[in-house]
Design a protein around this ligand. Structure first.
Ligand code: 1HE
Length: 265
């Protein structure tokens, strides 16, 4: 397997700390981290390798004042794509974002500024979204004469429901602040979204990797199944995870009364 450090990256940066926390940064701030083909290919490459590179959790962030302005509209306009071409582009977006959602490594998105269009589709493929006071969410596809192509019909509708998504796309409505949290676009609203994202990543990294793998892949897969099949798959996953060696010391500590209790601080 190719080591992470060998990946040739131009539009992303990747760093890994001693605790196994990876930082993936969108690095086109002059273009507000718009997602061109090259960026999508780099996301696909990084999130293909991350799960098998010993990474315990990942913070996804953007350089500059905005997380991402979505599809690179200038590249799209200049490429003058055919329907078949753009369908293939969208399939690459899905490949990259599916690697994230189903890869089994917790991905925490640290959001700021614009999280719009394809930028919201990218954020929605993370497992946790953290917003700050500058963060706003939009789906301006309708105003641009476009439609979502990076999974919003599944992931954004899953977060906020189809009625809110349709309203955002028809009217250009933006969500921010407490309302964005209340509708489900972000799980946290804090003064410093990056600091909070690292706090969540470090907490997640304390869990056994197999537990995180299940949390960050099985739940998503089970959403795609019938209730009967999902219950069966849940039992199968729990059979493997809940008997893992890594759980034994934790359960032993609980049985002896020495484990931390689950109580508000
Ligand atoms: C871009 C893009 C982009 C900025 N593609 N180049 N997304 C949108 O409709 C959002 C479009 N962007 C904006 O509304 C604004 O740029 C922002 C509100 C995000 C930021 O505003 P601002 O004033 O800080 O920056 P700016 O002056 O608008 O842009 C700075 C540069 O970034 C400028 O390039 P420059 O060469 O003239 O300096 C912009 O052209 C460039 N830039 N956003 C390309 N999106 C799979 S389908 C998904 C469909 C969608 O995502 S639709 C939503 C598209």
């Amino acid at each position: 397997m190719q080591p992470l450090s060998d990946l040739p990256l131009a539009n992303l940066t990747l760093a890994l700390d001693a605790e196994g926390i990876a930082t993936v940064s969108l690095n086109r701030p002059a273009k507000r981290n718009a997602l061109d083909i090259a960026t999508i290919e780099e996301l696909a490459a990084v999130f293909t390798l991350l799960p098998r590179a010993g990474v315990r959790a990942c913070v996804l962030r953007g350089e500059g004042a905005h997380f991402s302005a979505g599809l690179d509209l200038v590249e799209h306009h200049r490429a003058d794509r055919s329907a078949a071409d753009f369908m293939q582009v969208c399939l690459r977006w899905h490949e990259a974002f599916n690697r994230m959602e189903y890869g089994g490594v917790p991905i925490i998105a640290a959001l700021k500024g614009a999280v719009v269009g394809g930028g919201l589709e990218l954020a929605s493929a993370a497992h946790v979204r953290v917003a700050d006071e500058t963060t706003y969410f939009g789906l301006p596809e309708g105003q641009r004469g476009l439609f979502t192509g990076g999974g919003a019909t599944i992931r954004v509708a899953g977060l906020i429901g189809k009625a809110r998504m349709i309203d955002m796309m028809l009217s250009g409505r933006l969500y921010r602040g407490a309302e964005a949290v209340q509708v489900g676009l972000a799980q946290y609203l804090v003064p410093d979204s990056e600091a909070k994202a690292y706090e969540i990543a470090r907490a997640a990294a304390q869990n056994p990797p197999l537990s995180n793998f299940a949390i960050c892949s099985a739940i998503s897969h089970m959403q795609n199944m019938s209730a009967l099949d999902a219950a069966y798959a849940e039992a199968a996953v729990a059979g493997v995870v809940n008997t893992q060696e890594a759980a034994k010391a934790r359960l032993d500590a609980f049985a002896k009364g020495t484990a931390a209790k689950v109580k508000p601080q």
